[in-house]
Design a protein around this ligand. Structure first.
Ligand code: SF4
Length: 434
């Protein structure tokens, strides 16, 4: 039995699905209970410092399990392990950890695990290897929706972000490999495929073939079948009219654009090294709205970046009012050692940032509630995803990525249904299957 715990983003979830694929082929079953496991693996995330602290705390707690079950293999992988200082700390202070490998070593996992079991020695493999390995088995968590990585790494070096340092430079999979995997997923009955990359708009850079992300989308969209195609994450500096036209003209691509803007102030965007301005961002949004009238927009925002004043923050507020996002992923800036922004002076207190954050949430709640209210009475095609254990309703998702809850039989999970929207509850809708 294997107990796999995944921290962080969808890329980590996709990596864990590959590790599970290898283990499944080797005959492993999976458990959520670490006490029952022969292998306990944490796939870690380095994005935020407090996330790292949590991982160290959870790894420390495994010491007792190892004492009770000395034969269990304890393994750590993911972005955190790509930082030498972290791997060194694990080596010195957590002697019960048997296996450590970085994001570049996933394709070597079977060999590393086997060697650790046979030789009993601790193995640490965190060397950089920017190659892309195909034909890695994948055991997806869901049978009808799945992640499909199209590229790895990032070249953007936003000043607050550790990703380029731990996941390496951008490298794309060949279009042939991506399209073949998409076709196999559609033939296997997948209803939702999400193309994944730190910056999908850069897809194709460095490949021998001359291909853009828009062209990749068009080729997948041409595959016959009943499915919806999503992608994340897009960078505004690389979001082209061609991409928006492709979404508008496609048959299967969701009418949803997740375009992180991070700050409404051009001054702060410059300090973040985002390489676009407020005006440029708004011009992309205007184009998207003109080409895709029912487009659903979401974004990421960081509040309290070093040097940000209340005036800068007000520019963020005015931008979200202007765009009317359907939802936002909001974060208070947290210092990430190893990034340029960590060295910048920060004069605003945490208390002050907390107040700005509350103001932001309140403003966005009102916007989302208004957007959802305007959908009452409309009919939406949704994918039925799961039961909400709290209220027994089925949770579904529109093409625009909005949750709709319906009272219906759970045999509908994994199917598309037409739903009439009857009620708006802030950013969640209620409806009935037609
Ligand atoms: S685009 Fe910026 S925020 Fe996104 S992964 Fe790359 S460096 Fe990090």
């Amino acid at each position: 039995m294997a107990c796999i715990h995944t921290y962080g983003c969808q890329q980590n979830v996709a990596d864990s699905e590959k590790i599970k694929g290898y283990l499944h082929l080797a005959g492993f079953d999976f458990t959520d209970n670490a006490e029952d496991a022969d292998l306990i693996l944490f796939n870690t995330c380095a994005i935020r410092e407090h996330a790292e602290d949590r991982v160290f705390g959870n790894v420390g707690a495994l010491k007792n399990i190892k004492r009770r079950h000395p034969s269990v293999t304890i393994a750590l992988c993911g972005c955190m392990m790509e930082q030498k200082v972290v791997a060194d700390r694990i080596y010195k202070s957590y002697p019960f950890v048997n296996l450590v490998f970085g994001t570049h070593a996933i394709s070597r996992f079977p060999e590393l695990f086997y060697n650790q079991l046979v030789n009993g020695r601790r193995i640490f493999d965190t060397c950089d290897d920017n190659a892309i390995y195909e034909d890695v088995p994948t055991l997806r968590d869901k049978q009808f929706k799945g992640w499909l990585p199209v590229m790895y790494g990032c070249d953007n070096f936003c000043s607050y972000c550790i990703v380029p340092y731990v996941r390496g430079r951008e490298r794309s999979r060949s279009s042939e490999a991506v399209i073949a995997e998409a076709r196999a997923m559609i033939e296997a009955g997948y209803k939702e495929i999400t193309l994944l990359g730190q910056n999908v708009n850069s897809y194709g850079k460095g490949l021998d073939e001359d291909i853009t992300f828009s062209e990749l989308l068009r080729r997948i969209d041409a595959i016959e079948g009943d499915y919806i195609l999503r992608f994340m994450t897009s960078h505004p500096k690389d979001c082209t009219h061609e991409l928006i036209d492709t979404i508008a003209e496609s048959k299967h691509i969701s009418k949803h654009l997740h375009l992180p803007f991070q700050s409404g102030s051009s001054k702060i965007l410059k300090a973040m090294n985002r390489r676009y301005t407020r005006e440029k961002y708004l011009s992309i949004i205007d184009y998207a709205k003109s080409k895709i009238p029912d487009v659903s927009l979401t974004s990421d925002i960081i509040v309290g970046f070093p040097g940000e004043t209340y005036e800068d923050f007000c520019e963020t507020l005015s931008l979200i009012k202007e765009v009317e996002f359907i939802s936002l992923f909001t974060f208070i800036y947290s210092r990430r050692p190893g990034t340029p922004a960590a060295e910048l002076p920060d004069v605003v207190t945490e208390e002050e940032k907390g107040k700005w954050f509350t103001e932001l949430l309140k403003t966005q709640e009102e916007i989302a509630a208004g957007r959802c209210k305007s959908m009452v009475g409309s009919t939406e095609r949704v994918l039925v995803e799961e039961i909400n254990e709290k209220n027994g309703l089925l949770s579904c998702r529109t093409s625009g990525n909005i949750i709709v809850e319906v009272q219906a039989d759970d045999s509908l999970i994994g199917t598309f249904q037409n739903v009439r929207i009857t009620e708006a509850r802030n950013w969640i809708l209620r409806g009935e299957v037609i």
